[in-house]
Design a protein around this ligand. Sequence first.
Ligand SMILES: [Ca+2]
Ligand SMILES: [Ca+2]
Length: 108
Amino acid sequence: MRTILAALFFLILLTVPAVASDQHDRLFDTLDRNGDGSLSKQEFRESTMHPIDREKVIQLFPGFKDSASLNDAEMRDRLFDAMDSNKDGLLSRDEFKKVAPNVLIIRF
Ligand SMILES: [Ca+2]
Ligand SMILES: [Ca+2]
């Protein structure tokens, strides 16, 4: 019995991140309105149904310590630039999934 419980527990541990990742994929697809596989700044601006968790942003990007006075749209633009690690002006799926789940309040 105990073995079965342990096995179940492991199964749950293995499944949960996969499910979350799948949801983040779907969120990315929802935001990618023109379906070109990357998010433009405009597409990311429209993700306002997922508010920014400012404290988490500051934890991840210390440069945001002075961002308290920014409004939500300005914050989103600046966050976009911070997430765009290869600076090509677009968020790839990887760039998005690396940061967005930590800094956006995502309600599925
Ligand atoms: Ca797009
Ligand atoms: Ca990029």
